[in-house]
Design a protein around this ligand. Structure first.
Ligand SMILES: [Zn+2]
Ligand SMILES: [Zn+2]
Length: 354
């Protein structure tokens, strides 16, 4: 039996994920996967590089995104996470529109989703998803209502409850609740890893990126870091072991992948699209003469995506190895040459669109 990663961040989730599309594809292929999804935060800018690399590696590409969605939590409006996967060409158009709106407004609303749900398969997201967060609060009733609302928006067969296991106690508790919700609401489960790096040995580099993102050092005690070192991509055997209690959540990843890969028009587009068409569709980020980053996007995402542009501008600085060394020394204390080189290489790859 195969396992397909359906929730995976590439280094286009700027300063939040450590591996290039190529590294992730190669590693998942080595682990026995024939397909992989790209689901960066609120952007599709990694898609052209992902498609090119997938073709070269011989892994089938699934296009997706982890989108900010506005939801009512504890009496006020909050930003939550939702993973969307493209199942056909209409879904691709819808996802492009939604990403544009998320950048313009900071998050999309349920109403935005309702109008653009067709052609998309939705997964309930990480611990920052609406349903996991309601489950953490112990608000069973609201969690059930949220599941039914998403089922109604996307169609019952297109909404999955996402279970993750990075060895966290919190996840144990939430998985139990999600298993119950799956039974009561008839929503199938899907296992993901919320991949943020290709290999476990990339975890320190990922930690460095989080420090750069927050402007802090490794020594800062209250800095945000990931709660475990298990955010690498996994293979079928390991996933079966991690999800002993719900093997169908692992098995269903291949069924979802097949659904995302069977649409003829979408397949044709992904195979045929040339570079120009890709840029038109997914936009690109360019640096102007002053070193400022600007996002130039297609007609749907004509927004000036400021947050993305700011992070991009920060990354551009690291293409200068002297600056990369200085930043690494600031974050780690003693200089780490291999980290500085890795940072410089990553910055170069992002700027070159790889
Ligand atoms: Zn998330
Ligand atoms: Zn994620």
């Amino acid at each position: 039996m195969e396992y397909v990663e359906l929730h995976c961040h590439t280094h286009y989730s700027l300063l939040d994920a450590a591996s290039s599309p190529m590294e992730l594809l190669l590693e998942q292929k080595r682990k026995g996967s024939s397909a992989l999804a790209i689901t960066d935060h609120n952007t599709l800018r990694g898609v052209p590089a992902f498609l090119r690399a997938a073709k070269a590696v011989g892994v089938r590409p699934i296009i997706g995104c982890e989108l900010n969605v506005e939801a009512e939590l504890g009496g006020h409006s909050s930003i939550t996470h939702l993973v969307l996967l493209v199942a056909n060409i209409k879904g691709l158009h819808h996802l492009q529109e939604l990403v544009g709106m998320a950048n313009e407004q900071g998050a999309v609303t349920k109403k935005d989703l309702r109008i653009r749900a067709s052609g998309l398969i939705a997964l309930s997201g990480c611990l920052a998803g609406e349903i996991p967060r309601l489950s953490i609060f112990g608000d069973e009733q609201r969690a059930g209502e949220a599941v039914r609302e998403y089922q109604e928006i996307f169609g019952k067969e297109n909404f999955y409850l996402e279970v993750q296991n990075h060895g966290l106690l919190e996840e144990d508790m939430i998985t139990k609740r999600l298993l119950e919700l799956s039974e009561t609401c008839g929503a199938p489960l899907v296992a993901t890893n919320d991949v943020h790096y290709a290999l476990q040995e990339d975890q320190p580099f990922h930690d460095l990126l989080l420090c750069l993102q927050q402007g802090c050092t490794m020594q800062d005690e209250d800095r945000m870091s990931f709660p475990s070192k298990e955010y690498d991509g996994k293979g079928a055997e390991e996933m079966r072991r991690l999800f002993r209690d719900c093997p169908e959540a692992v098995e269903d990843t291949t069924k979802i992948a097949e659904r995302c890969l069977e649409d003829e028009d979408l397949r044709r587009f992904l195979n045929m699209a040339d570079e120009h068409e890709m840029e038109q569709r997914f936009g690109q980020t360019v640096v102007d003469a002053t070193g400022d980053a600007k996002s130039i996007s297609s007609s749907v995402a004509k927004d000036y995506d400021q947050r993305h542009a700011k992070r991009f501008a920060r990354i551009v600085r690291f293409t200068d190895i002297t600056k990369a060394r200085r930043e690494v020394a600031r974050v780690f204390g003693p200089e780490d040459e291999s980290m500085a080189e890795k940072l410089c290489r990553m910055a170069q790859e992002i700027c070159d669109g790889n």
